[in-house]
Design a protein around this ligand. Structure first.
Ligand code: TXE
Length: 497
């Protein structure tokens, strides 16, 4: 589709569920307005799926799964579908990016240059991964050959958050369908637009029912989906409390679930680091994606000998960041995704100050329509302060000083979370000790946020359970079956002779 006169014309008036190859369309029921965080205007309306509509979506996914044409498809045919989805995403990049920006407030230039490319890459990556998976054969027992085959699990419930819908949901859909499952995707009720379009585009390529979409609030549509008896597995990204509820449901129903939750990741900066690179990395890791990302390096631990200088330079740069219209290519930070979340972020200024922290920069909403927050940093007296322990999920950095490596590792580990971590040093020994000593799912040394999809990604402690990645996703989205066959003359015991 060629670009309309106004980017807002890309937003549909109504977003409904997409079931069995088509949008459900207007059927009445509960509606939720969708806002443009750049000025607070309503841009669309979401029609919430109730339990009956969720049931229709799950039944559609089940029918598609039961069709051997999908489930037992040759790997080359499945690869070609995944490659075509990647190409379609790229061909529709501007529309998808604009919808993401209108809905989530992420700067469009960044969505185009990063998230949309990542969404396409997710499909391409799994197209390649599925043709390269080795199997297991056991032949130590000379009389028998035992081999293990993998089979798709079935119908997956995929639940996505609002902070980076395209990148996160596309990873789930790509890994689910690559391994032969079918799915029902539920985006966040705040950000349905880009994913509704993505699901429509995917359905031009996949058989109907392979990828379905339901929209609505977590407690209504999300709960109906995870509670549905015909769901075989659940993949969730979102907040820690919701993650606990999902795990309870999965436990009760004995279904596998992978939950990728929040973080409060330590960014450890040693005096012997390349200071300029560490500074760039610290700014990227807290301010990209408008600060709303689980990977954020939101606790910046700096060695005391460089503390004042490093913090001074960070503040100087933070004050020059261009905050504003996310559709403008010159903007670096756009609006927070919702008014409620902006208030949540700003409330931490008071929280920090009440515990003795000093405000280094920012701390206010911008005086203009939309949900903008100044890039903010505080100096926390202690790592046990709430600003160092709770996920704020915005452009809000908390600085703490450390004495030496042991002190830094101890502080990094004093957290309920353990998603990622960052370490900046020129000393290999220190880099290795920190990367091994900090209890987290992933550590980046001298670089921010390089996502190697071949390697496992996921959190420990309250940051989640389960991993994404080539082997990890295969383990989650397939079931192993062991088959044993005699390959020699084996005599059997005879009953009743
Ligand atoms: O997330 P929710 P919220 C963190 C971040 C944020 C906090 C709360 O700190 O401030 O979580 O955000 C669906 N059954 N992250 O409240 O509610 C919901 O509709 C099934 C970190 O917005 O967890 C949405 O689709 N589904 C994070 C999705 O869960 C339910 C990204 C996530 O929303 C449900 C987002 C239920 N009972 C927030 N309740 C990350 N890991 O990147 C809600 N949902």
């Amino acid at each position: 589709m060629s670009a309309p006169a106004s980017p807002f014309d890309w937003a549909p008036k109504l977003v409904s569920s997409f079931i069995d190859g088509a949008f459900v369309g207007e059927v009445g029921g509960y509606r939720i307005p969708t806002f443009y965080p750049g000025d607070g205007r309503i841009i669309s309306e979401l029609q919430e799926a109730d339990a009956l509509e969720v049931d229709r979506a799950v039944r559609s996914a089940r029918r598609a799964f039961n069709d051997p044409a999908w489930r037992d498809m040759a790997v080359e045919a499945r690869q070609s579908i995944l490659y075509r989805i990647a190409e379609t995403i790229e061909a529709n990049a501007l529309e998808l990016a604009t919808l993401e920006t209108l809905n989530a407030g992420i700067v469009r230039r960044d969505v185009l240059g990063r998230q949309v490319l990542r969404a396409a890459y997710n499909f391409r990556f799994f197209a390649e991964a599925i043709s390269q998976q080795p199997g297991q054969v056991w032949q130590q027992n000379k009389d028998y050959l035992t081999f293990v085959t993998r089979h798709p699990v079935g119908v997956a419930a995929l639940i996505a958050p609002w902070n980076s819908p395209l990148a996160l949901a596309s990873m789930k859909v790509a890994s689910a369908i690559a391994f032969g499952n079918t799915c029902v995707l539920k985006p966040s009720e705040q950000t349905p637009l880009s994913l509704a379009r993505l699901v429509e585009l995917i359905n031009d390529i996949t058989p109907p029912g392979v990828v379905n979409l339901v929209n609505g609030r977590g407690g209504v549509t999300g709960a109906a989906l995870t509670e549905h008896p015909d769901i075989d597995l659940i993949a969730f990204t979102g907040g820690t409390e919701t993650g606990r509820q999902i795990m309870q449901t999965a436990g009760r129903r004995l279904k596998p679930a992978a939950v990728e939750l929040g973080g409060k990741s330590a960014n450890i900066i040693f005096a012997d680091a390349d200071q300029e690179r560490a500074l760039d990395g610290a700014l990227i890791s807290i301010f990209s994606n408008n600060g709303q990302q689980c990977l954020a390096g939101s606790r910046i631990l700096v060695e005391d000998s460089i503390f004042d200088d490093f913090v001074g330079r960070f503040v100087e740069r933070a004050q020059k960041i261009r905050v504003g219209d996310p559709l403008d290519d010159a903007t670096e930070i756009g609006p927070i995704a919702s008014a409620r979340h902006r208030e949540h972020i700003l409330s931490y200024v008071g929280v920090a100050q009440s515990q003795g922290a000093s405000l280094l920069t920012g701390g206010h909403a911008l005086d203009r329509p939309g949900y903008f927050v100044e890039p903010t940093a505080v100096l926390a007296p202690s790592n046990s302060d709430r600003v160092c322990q709770e996920e704020i999920f915005g452009p809000f950095a908390a600085f703490v000083k450390f004495r030496d490596m042991e002190d830094a590792i101890r502080m990094a580990n004093e957290s309920q979370f353990g998603l990622v971590g960052y370490c900046w040093t020129q000393n290999l020994d220190k880099a290795l000790r920190v990367s091994q000593g900090v209890r987290t799912g992933l550590m980046w040394v001298n670089t921010p946020m390089v996502r190697e999809l071949r390697a496992p990604f996921g959190g420990v402690k309250d940051s989640g359970l389960g991993r994404d990645g080539a082997a990890a996703s295969m383990a989650f989205f397939t079931e192993e079956k062991t088959t044993t066959i005699p390959i020699a003359d084996t005599t059997l015991r005879k009953f009743g002779v």
